[in-house]
Design a protein around this ligand. Structure first.
Ligand SMILES: Nc1nc2c(ncn2[C@@H]2O[C@H](COP(=O)(O)OP(=O)(O)O)[C@@H](O)[C@H]2O)c(=O)[nH]1
Ligand SMILES: [Mg+2]
Length: 359
């Protein structure tokens, strides 16, 4: 419960910009019938603020938001919310806003088309649009919100891939700790053997989680480490083996060869391994995440995603684009640097956070 609200607070803090922008768009074109008495008198605009006063494009500018905030604060005590006729101009502003949130053009167009359906010409409030937006987002996200599937194989092998700095090592530490807490036995292979620091980092995580970490000297072959780790996990009867990897993309064919070799070697022990190949993506990279999925699907048989750093970004919209475009399961989201800061992906909570509902 406490964790849930912490999560929500963090997501809200970073992402609810979209909700404010929706309100700003509505207020820009609002005809304030019913709210006239609440608005400070504006010369020549009694009874309504004509659309021409504020041009529709810069929905994110502070100037456009200030009167909106005031209006919202004053309007809160009554039902006299600003309303705007849903027309082509407003849809265009909504589309631009969604595209700017990294949702991607196709997804933004489809989401706004669904919002518009059957509502053109009606007077809508910011809250209504936020709620519709949240519904649409949750609908796109629902099919991909799937926890990491667990299989009876012992060990279940989880290969973790992704570019440098995306959060692979941290995510492995968090996952290992959560599996431990759920009574599973886990072994970690520190397969990023490029950097001694990466190995040390994983050892720290392993110690915290109470999970053995197999390491190899810097620069040694990650595939042979993976093989040794597989041997140990089998001997220990471990439930899960998590394999960390290096994420350098400077030389794609090297990385591909390295990942392929790890897979080849562990398949000598279990032809079905790896049972999961997790791609870890940093949500703060926005549209870049889409390219990373494309690249890593060529390098490895990606079975699911973990999105990290959702606590530090207003680019959460990219998750919607990812879900829409690839349909890969999102197993978990990272919302901080601590062990407990990994949560299942909840589409409704995410949609509410992104649109600033429920605050
Ligand atoms: N704020 C935040 N930071 C994270 C999250 N996940 C990872 N990090 C940080 O991102 C940096 C890179 O993480 P690391 O696991 O080393 O990435 P790797 O290179 O893919 O193994 C570290 O400073 C982590 O503490 C997250 O969900 N939220
Ligand atoms: Mg790492």
């Amino acid at each position: 419960m406490a964790l849930f609200s912490k999560l929500k607070e963090r997501l809200l803090k970073s992402s609810s910009r979209l909700g404010k922008e929706v309100d700003a768009i509505v207020e820009e074109g609002a005809s304030v019938s019913g709210a006239a008495t609440l608005e400070p008198p504006v010369a020549g605009a009694s009874g309504g603020a004509p659309e021409a006063i504020v041009p529709s494009a810069p929905a994110v500018q502070a100037e456009a938001r200030k009167p909106g905030l005031l209006g919202r604060l004053m309007g809160r005590s009554s039902d006299a919310e600003p309303r705007r006729v849903l027309d082509d101009d407003m849809l265009e502003s909504l589309e631009e806003m969604l595209i700017a949130s990294d949702m991607g053009v196709d997804t933004a167009l489809r989401v706004t088309a669904n919002i518009a359906e059957g509502r053109m010409g009606r007077r809508v409030s910011g809250r209504e649009i936020r709620e519709l937006l949240a519904q649409e987002i949750a609908r796109v996200m629902e099919p991909v919100a799937r926890p990491l599937p667990l299989y009876p194989s012992k060990p279940q092998v989880v290969l973790v891939v992704g570019v440098n700095g995306s959060g692979k090592t941290t995510t492995i530490g968090k996952l290992a700790s959560q599996f431990r807490a759920a009574g599973k036995s886990v072994v970690i292979a520190a397969g990023d053997t490029f950097r001694a620091a990466a190995v040390e980092q994983l050892q720290v995580w392993g110690d915290r989680a109470g999970v053995p970490v197999l390491t190899a000297p810097e620069g040694s072959d990650p595939a042979s480490l993976a093989f040794d780790a597989m041997t140990k996990a089998e001997a220990d009867g471990a439930d899960l083996l998590m394999i960390d990897t290096a994420g350098r993309l400077q030389n794609r064919s090297d990385l591909m060869e390295e990942l392929a070799k790890i897979v080849r070697v562990i398949r000598k022990k279990d032809p079905d391994a790896p049972h999961n190949t997790l791609l870890v993506l940093d949500a703060t990279t926005g549209q870049n995440a889409l390219r990373q999925v494309e690249t890593f699907r060529e390098l490895a048989n990606v079975s699911g995603l973990v999105m990290t750093k959702l606590d530090g970004t207003a680019k959460g919209g990219v998750l919607v684009a990812l879900a829409d475009k690839f349909g890969l399961p999102i197993h978990a989201i990272g919302v901080g640097e601590q062990l407990e800061d990994l949560a299942p992906f909840d589409p409704e909570e995410f949609a509410a956070a992104l649109t600033g509902l429920g605050d």
